[in-house]
Design a protein around this ligand. Sequence first.
Ligand SMILES: Nc1ncnc2c1ncn2[C@@H]1O[C@H](COP(=O)(O)OP(=O)(O)OP(=O)(O)O)[C@@H](O)[C@H]1O
Ligand SMILES: [Mg+2]
Length: 261
Amino acid sequence: MVAPAETEASSLVVREVRKSFPAPDNPLSRRQVLDGISFSLGAGELISLIGPSGCGKSTLLRLVAGLDSADSGDLLIGIEPITAPNAERGLVFQDPNLFPWLTVRRNIQAGLVARGVLHEKKNEVDEFMRLVGLEIFANVYPHHLSGGMAQRAALARALINHPKILLLDEPLGALDAFTRMRMQDEVLRLWQARRTTMLLVTHDIDEAIYMSDRIMIMTPRPGRIERTIPVELARPRQRDSGDFLRLRSDILKFLHFAGKS
Ligand SMILES: Nc1ncnc2c1ncn2[C@@H]1O[C@H](COP(=O)(O)OP(=O)(O)OP(=O)(O)O)[C@@H](O)[C@H]1O
Ligand SMILES: [Mg+2]
């Protein structure tokens, strides 16, 4: 059996995080990308991060994943500082990045193999394939999967490590509008089943409203959290409800994208 969901989620604290990179035009100078980012996620919370291209969203996710380190500031999972990548922080990208030479089953169990725990956790592989509805595709290779199915396999591959926090970087960005809406429901179903803390980067305001407990809006680079908006709509949310559309219009106005009336 999969372990009880309550034990899985973890809080995340990001405090005054700064990050710069060498400037592309002059490698001797540095360009500030994140400029004092502070926020926290409660255990089991689903928060979206939206902001203009290049403002540092993926950079922030990479810092939380432990793939890169901040120039200054603190990043904590629970009370533990983030110092290196760890299976407890799952990362899913826009491209599912499945291994093309492995079947769906072998892709999903890859993390267990890498950690040398496949033998003891073998029954969980079937459980997670069922969870994402891919059990009959277990022995199929990725090139036979649709985009949505491949992304579900990528989600299962991350979830099987029982991440305390799942970092989602535009995970549905490459899907067509219909598949994308279906996959939003899939991710919400997984979130409700597992209660994993989730940090979702998206460019899609409707997706952010449909899915998240709160929406954080970043400024253009150097990125800062400009505003955090709670989404106090009952779930499951109705994309065409008055409250949904009002919030959408508020966010568009804030981002200066509202049409002239
Ligand atoms: N390893 C790196 N070396 C140098 N510059 C980098 C590096 N990683 C990111 N950058 C720069 O940092 C800035 C932020 O990049 P990042 O990928 O975090 O943006 P983003 O908000 O995820 O954008 P998008 O919405 O287009 O995905 C960009 O200007 C990018 O060129
Ligand atoms: Mg990005």
